[in-house]
Write a protein that binds this ligand. Sequence first.
Ligand SMILES: [Ca+2]
Length: 157
Amino acid sequence: MCSIYEGIIDTNRLVEKVSVSLFVSCPKGFVWQEDAIKCYSSQVIKSILGSDTVRECKSLHPEATPVEPRNQIQMDIILRIAVEADIWLGMYRPQTSNVVDDIRYYSDGSGIMYNNWITGDPNNSGQKEYCVAALQYYDNKWGDSPCTSNAGLICEL
Ligand SMILES: [Ca+2]
């Protein structure tokens, strides 16, 4: 039993080292953030419309997506990088969905697994809030917002 247990520990260490070595070299225009284990675009794109954020990130790198914070560590990094007051997040409500909290990630369409909503959001106010942003006015908590709002954009891969 003891030798099996040691084997599991060694496997975990190996996987951790492989992950770091794969992503530590980011494509041009991206910087490695070790605590998030991701590459982030090194500049915030200004005043982008939410509906165009996916295309904007793809223009930087084919596999890049708007930032999709999946835990508080990643959210803290996004706020550290951000220079704009508000930042688009890589999440959306399908325009065919009538469910207010049917918020999904752009990258794979799955439901979000972490959130930091403003109290009362998501609320799809006016039935036109299909994008999600971290809003400085609300202490960087998240609001579902019209995709035509202006906000900064950070891409990740
Ligand atoms: Ca809202």
